[in-house]
Design a protein around this ligand. Structure first.
Ligand code: GTR
Length: 328
């Protein structure tokens, strides 16, 4: 090969490889996926994360969050992060149930006693086990966000006992655990992406769905599902994550910056969350929603044994369930 040709080949190789090598001093643009409206606590948490990272890396890592699921629905966005086309995101843990076994444990119905209990669990060894499972599928968990308690909301029927759920078509996230949970309650589970729930409620394709107060309010589901029954059956938390592909190309200093920024953004999100839960409830009540307050949740919880056995039945998952129960 002539010297000229060899030099040209080397130049092409460098041009092709450079973006992949991503030397730390090189400016990078990161795309962040988010499902929620811009003023949602999680959205503001992600914006804060991005600002802190940009400041502390002197704009070497520039982060932009795309709100309102403009980069796709949640299941697609998880795949995109695994492929490296989405760089950071806030995901609920339920869509990981079929991919990362330990996420089933924190999705289980009635597993957390209250919010302080959930925080202690997520910030301890159970959170670390979850992070290891997520890393194995290409997702680096940096911090845990709150998502409150999920309850049922329906077009026509008030839910006070499991008998009231019989035959109801209820939208769930894509997760076998959720499907079995609905069946155990006598309902008819219908998996649908979040972005399709509003129209499905409006047209009557489904009789109801389940979510926390802020999602019920901010997605305007309350306009067509006018009854909210406080079953509080799951407290599945959320993760602030970055793609393993990006993470592997960062140096230690950059990783520390990201970890600290994520922790600070989670503290901020948790604080906003508590306020937003109260405000969302007030908004929907003022809009005429009927709230059915359930005080005795035992009849619902008593039907969940088969769900625990099937989705947290391995020795590893049983050990995590025990750990959660033993956490003060
Ligand atoms: C919300 C959660 C979203 C999404 C949604 C859903 O509470 O924040 O990430 O999981 O529920 O039900 O699809």
């Amino acid at each position: 090969m002539s010297l000229k040709r060899a030099l040209r080949a080397a130049a092409v190789a460098v041009a092709v490889l450079l973006p992949w090598m991503g030397s730390p001093s090189q400016a990078q643009e990161w795309r962040g996926w988010n499902i929620h409206v811009p003023d949602y606590p999680n959205s503001r948490g992600m914006d804060r994360f991005g600002e802190l990272v940009m400041q502390r890396t002197n704009n070497r890592i520039r982060m932009r969050t795309y709100h309102n699921a403009t980069l796709g629905q949640q299941d697609e966005a998880i795949q995109q992060m695994r492929l490296g086309t989405i760089d950071f995101a806030n995901y609920n843990l339920s869509p990981f149930n079929n991919l990362a076994p330990s996420t089933n444990v924190v999705t289980l119905p009635f597993i957390f006693r209250d919010v302080p209990h959930l925080h202690r669990v997520m910030d301890g060894p159970v959170g670390e086990a979850l992070a290891r499972d997520l890393e194995a599928i290409g997702i680096i968990a940096l911090a845990w966000y709150d998502a409150g308690a999920r309850s049922f909301y329906t077009r026509d029927r008030q839910i006070r006992t499991p008998e009231d759920m019989r035959g109801l078509k209820i939208r769930v996230q894509t997760s076998d655990l959720w499907i079995d949970m609905m069946r155990a309650l006598g309902a008819n589970p219908t998996p649908l992406p979040f972005g399709e729930v509003y129209t499905a409620l409006q047209s009557g394709v489904i009789d109801g769905a389940e979510n926390n107060w802020p999602s019920y309010e901010s997605q305007r589901h309350f306009e067509h599902a006018r009854i909210y029954s406080t079953t509080e059956h799951s407290n599945v938390p959320e993760v602030l994550a970055v793609s393993r592909q990006r993470w592997q190309r960062l140096n230690d200093q950059e990783r520390n910056i990201l970890r600290d920024a994520a922790r600070e953004s989670a503290a901020f999100q948790r604080q906003l969350w508590a306020e937003r839960e109260r405000r969302s409830r007030e908004i929907v009540v003022a809009a005429g929603v009927t709230v059915v307050d359930i005080t005795d949740r035992r009849p619902f919880a008593n039907l969940m044994e088969s769900v625990y056995a099937k989705h947290a039945g391995t020795p590893q998952l049983q050990a995590l369930v025990r750990r959660i129960r033993e956490t003060e």
